[in-house]
Design a protein around this ligand. Structure first.
Ligand code: ZN
Length: 279
């Protein structure tokens, strides 16, 4: 199943169309996308009964399918080759920071470019479907609603200002596009091994596989939920593979006019146009 946010309304994809959840469930569920994750088991049952689309799919109407999570976790240095290109050793525990929820945005939203240090980071995004508190690695996938594509857009100057302030440097407005939809875990043959990558103006700059993660998704959920409960609708940005811009010689950054396209096997792709800062 694929869950979408169509202009602020929860929907599931059906062939070439979408089924609006409030309409298709006769009001059993409202229009809120977050309610789906809050009532995940009940929603899955109800969604199985939906058999008719209520509207055609219009990509231009899609916004973030995991809107305003209570917590956003992001993991640095979770691919060995990316840690190496950053001149860092792989940490013993997940290097965790947050992207503030108001920074998240939709799959086709524009990205405002500030200065010469805004960088790309394609990432597998996990959306939680159950309260996960002290979860064992072996059970971790059953707490996940689904997977989506994210860009952990990073302002490197801000990220490394004041020695290091990752959370702010990764939370400028719109610096967390997610989408185009959330694909439930049962749709993947192997959710631990997905090809992912991104391109700038059609030049491929990142090309990796999620099986290269230092801490795979079940391990991240076990490690994080040992410290703090993960809540339904929470989001985990699981780290980026090698190929970011700031470690290149010379360094590269996104510029207004660039088109950033990001893809993950079994999910699809998102596209974000880089623009000059709005007034
Ligand atoms: Zn990242």
């Amino acid at each position: 199943m694929r869950i979408a946010n169509v202009d602020g309304r929860a929907a599931v994809l059906m062939g070439d169309g979408i089924a609006d959840i409030e309409e298709a469930t006769g009001g059993l569920f409202g229009s809120s996308v977050n309610d789906i994750y809050e009532r995940w088991d009940e929603f899955r049952e109800a969604a199985l009964q939906i058999d008719t689309p209520t509207a055609p799919l219009d990509l231009a109407l899609l916004t973030n399918p995991a809107p305003m999570p209570q917590q956003v976790f992001a993991v640095g240095l979770n691919y060995r080759a990316h840690a190496a290109e950053s001149g860092m050793t792989v940490p013993e525990v997940p290097a965790t920071f947050t992207k503030f929820p108001a920074a998240l945005s939709g799959p086709f939203d524009d990205i405002e470019i500030h200065g010469d240090s805004v960088d790309w980071e394609v990432e597998l995004v996990v959306v939680m479907g159950q309260l996960a508190d002290r979860v064992a690695e072996a059970d971790a996938w059953s707490y996940v609603a689904g997977l989506s594509i994210g860009q952990d857009i990073s302002d490197r100057a801000l990220q490394f200002a004041a020695r290091s302030q990752f959370s702010l440097g990764k939370s400028r407005r719109g610096y967390g596009p997610i989408g185009p939809w959330v694909v439930t875990v049962d749709e993947f043959d192997n959710p631990d091994d997905l090809a992912l990558g991104c391109s700038v103006d059609e030049e491929v700059v990142q090309d990796g596989r999620t099986s290269d993660m230092v801490f795979p998704v079940p391990s991240l959920i076990a490690e994080l939920s040992a410290i703090v409960p993960l809540l339904p609708g929470d989001v985990i940005f699981t780290g980026t593979p090698a190929g970011v811009g700031f470690t290149r010689q010379p360094p590269r950054s996104l510029q207004p006019g660039n088109m950033l396209e990001s893809w993950i096997e079994g999910i699809g792709s998102i596209r974000n146009t880089c623009i000059a800062p709005r007034a």
